[in-house]
Design a protein around this ligand. Sequence first.
Ligand SMILES: NC(=O)c1ccc[n+]([C@@H]2O[C@H](COP(=O)([O-])OP(=O)(O)OC[C@H]3O[C@@H](n4cnc5c(N)ncnc54)[C@H](OP(=O)(O)O)[C@@H]3O)[C@@H](O)[C@H]2O)c1
Length: 201
Amino acid sequence: MALITGASRGIGRGIALELAKIGYDLVLNFASNAAAARQTTADCLAQAKEAGKKIRAEICPADVAAAAGRQSLIGCTRKAFGRLDLLVNNAGVAPAARADILDATEESFDRLLSINVKGPYFLTQLAAKWMIEQVCSRRENEADSLAQNVPPPHGGGYRPKIITISSVSAYAASTNRGQSRALDAHAIVRRAAGGTRHQRL
Ligand SMILES: NC(=O)c1ccc[n+]([C@@H]2O[C@H](COP(=O)([O-])OP(=O)(O)OC[C@H]3O[C@@H](n4cnc5c(N)ncnc54)[C@H](OP(=O)(O)O)[C@@H]3O)[C@@H](O)[C@H]2O)c1
């Protein structure tokens, strides 16, 4: 199942439709445009049906810039599906007015940074902690099954994923920083268990 932020419109909507087509259950987040979110949800269900998949889709309004909003998104996903296999950090905004630095306001700066940077950063933190729990608990189940000589219940290699939609200019400015790498819960578990300190995430 996938949680997509900013899924009511634009790129997030497109991602939701593609994931629906390949059978992902969805939590679709938006900020204020409930009508667009309902339309995207209906279109995702139709898209899945057309592709021969049966999916569930839940709408969850929340402001990713606010700690309470991020908690509510994770809570909504736990309640509806009890698992998280893919987080797509897509919600983002452009400045209300593209002002030169000589005219820029702190209000605009704070709004942009809190939605585009702080939101995905700390949502990733919440999601990654949950994903690590999921990987650890599956490994325990698999180890138990192997000890009893039965095949593991979930199959090996479960890898939840986090994807963050950014802009080309942000990526070009910082190609190798920790924030822009793909996050792999397996690598974190290995590192926590004493793996190579410099293992790439
Ligand atoms: N379009 C581009 O050319 C372009 C280029 C580079 C990067 N990007 C990045 O791609 C992502 C999507 O862009 P887009 O053009 O598809 O945007 P968009 O069409 O304006 O849609 C933005 C989405 O984010 C949601 N959103 C806005 N603020 C939010 C908040 N505080 N909490 C939760 N959801 C929020 C909106 O919800 P509502 O519908 O409720 O408002 C909407 O679903 C953004 O991160 C953007 O920075 C876009």
